[in-house]
Ligand binder design. Structure first.
Ligand SMILES: Cc1ncc(COP(=O)(O)O)c(C=O)c1O
Ligand SMILES: N[C@@H](CCOP(=O)(O)O)C(=O)O
Length: 513
């Protein structure tokens, strides 16, 4: 019998139907358009946290956390451990997600959680290396002993503003019975991100460069999930953070870095998270609700600030146009995962703890968003959100100034080079440090990508320093050689779901998997 935190329901459902972990992961998005959540968040006692979990390796901690959300009948202990160990064996750091402590000296307690030591140099690897292995595990088990024509095959369709795409491709390249189609907005991702995605030779991978924005790509992906006929023909799978397994795998580094920052003791910690689709920080919310004593989760946004506006006004409103910024992976109008947080808030502050009424509320809000471009929530809901979250908005100029300032003043290591998304986080952190004026607080800023992926912004900020050289100081050899490889991509002339479906079917036929 699964425990209550090992069953899943849709954020938009007012029926009592639930799904297993495997069903939620393989289906990706619920048929009603909602996202899967475990309605019960498991609780971890302070004793377990500080006498046991604080001493574990990253992999051991990932196992303890995931075990709470996955019924052992679905994945036995030994298999789950193998999945986790295989997933993190591809990382360049033994710590998987190391913490650079006191980057700006010992006065500020400003720690940087480096999440970019995986194969594609972005935080997405932490989840997508695991998700790739998980898809393979479920498929191999289901297909065992079946003749070729009866084997289940998954067609992964994902949208990217640059990082999810390459991490998903590296997590799934060459895997049996899975094909991968990644949509990205033409001209709106960095050259290295495009090279990472388009130079992979595996025949189960195809990138689609779509003339439009990331939100257009994300909307197309969601429409494809909602297309019953296409979905049942191709078994569409999700690698975006709409897939619960993405969030689950990201919870580990909140616990792990908390213990590193506090030397395993209970202490004041704030996490500052550069945010776009709200998947990264949502994992922090789960960690907090599981019992990790986090003071605040701080949403750091660029000019695409729907989350910051919501926390200040209670109106969730889609802007007309996406702003082009130096942190392009966060150039997002609608933050998919915010819906998951809204469900927990709606249940607590509107639905009197009733899961089904919470689902009805979310369904209504998202109908309004679709029809009117916005919805408004009560002040009680915002006050509820503000217990766990705060937000800061960072401009383009401040992003570059922060890259420059960190390079100039950093102590550990010296001349520390950060990417523009991390800079959004550190700029927000410095504001908090000044406002709090409390040197007992530890500030952990999530560093979501390696600076090599964003040469343009990093060079703009640092090229005036005489001893700075991008090729020597920033660019890893592995990324440098990408520019010499042959690119493979398909253009889609406009952001149109019919055109994308046709492109997928045409390429699928050629793949002949
Ligand atoms: C480098 C980088 N930083 C931050 C983010 C924002 O993370 P999330 O979408 O989970 O909020 C993204 C994209 O998701 C990213 O690629
Ligand atoms: N910033 C992301 C956008 C997609 O977000 P996801 O976390 O939902 O996959 C990217 O780099 O692609």
């Amino acid at each position: 019998m699964p425990s209550p935190s090992q069953v899943y329901r849709s954020t938009r459902s007012s029926s009592s139907e639930t799904k297993s972990f495997e069903e939620a992961v393989i289906q990706g998005l619920a048929t009603d358009g909602g996202l899967f959540i475990p309605p019960t968040i498991p609780q971890v006692s302070e004793e377990t946290l500080f006498t046991k979990w604080s001493k574990l390796s990253f992999q051991e901690l990932a196992f303890e956390i995931m075990r709470l959300y996955v019924d052992p009948v679905e994945i036995p202990d030994a298999d789950l451990k193998t999945l986790i160990n295989n997933s993190y064996s591809t990382f360049r750091s033994n710590d998987v997600t190391p913490l650079a402590k006191n980057v700006t000296g010992t006065q500020e307690n400003l720690h940087v959680l480096e999440l970019f030591h995986g194969p594609t140099y972005a935080f997405k690897d932490v989840a997508l290396q695991f998700v790739g292995n998980l898809f393979e595990y479920f498929l191999q088990r289901n297909n065992k002993g079946l003749p070729e024509e009866q084997k289940k095959k998954i067609t992964v369709v994902g949208a990217t503003s640059g990082d999810t795409g390459s991490a998903a491709i590296y997590g799934l390249r060459g895997k049996k019975d899975v094909s991968v189609f990644i949509l990205y907005p033409t001209g709106r991702i960095s050259p290295i991100q495009e090279e990472q995605m388009t130079t992979v030779p595996d025949k189960n991978v195809q990138t689609l460069s779509v003339k439009g924005t990331f939100d257009n790509c994300q909307d197309i992906v969601k429409a494809i999930f909602g297309d019953k006929e296409f979905n049942s023909k191709h078994n569409v799978g999700a690698v975006n953070s709409i897939n619960w397994a993405r969030i689950l795998a990201q919870i580990t580094y909140y616990f792990y870095s908390y213990f590193k920052a506090t030397n395993g003791k209970k202490d004041k910690v704030k996490f500052i998270v550069p945010s776009g689709n709200f998947g990264d920080i949502l994992a922090g919310y789960f960690a907090k609700k599981m019992g990790l004593p986090v003071e605040k989760l701080v949403i750091a946004t660029n000019a695409n600030d729907i989350l910051d506006r919501f926390l200040k006004s209670g109106t969730y409103e889609r802007s007309d146009e996406v702003a082009v910024t130096y942190s392009p992976a966060m150039d997002i109008l609608i933050s998919s995962n915010f819906e998951r947080l809204l469900w927990f808030l709606a249940r607590e502050y509107i639905a009197n703890g009733d899961d089904l009424k919470a689902g009805e509320t979310i369904h209504n809000w998202f109908q309004q968003l679709k029809n009117e471009g916005k919805f408004q929530v009560d002040q009680t809901v915002i006050n509820g959100a503000l217990k766990d979250f705060a937000s800061e908005r960072v401009s383009n100029e401040q992003t570059l100034e922060t890259i420059k300032k960190v390079y100039e003043i950093s102590q550990n290591p010296k001349q520390y080079i950060i990417d523009p998304h991390t800079a959004v986080g550190i700029c927000a952190t410095e504001r908090l440090i000044a406002a709090d004026n409390d040197n007992t607080i530890n500030y952990i800023t999530l560093s979501t990508a390696h600076p090599a992926k964003f040469a343009d912004a990093v060079n703009k900020a640092l090229s005036s320093f005489p001893d700075y050289c991008f090729d020597k100081d920033v660019l890893p050899a592995e990324l440098k050689k990408l520019s010499t490889l042959e690119k493979r991509l398909k253009f889609v002339e406009k952001p149109d779901v019919t055109l994308v479906k046709a492109a997928i079917e045409e390429e699928l036929a050629k793949m002949d998997l």
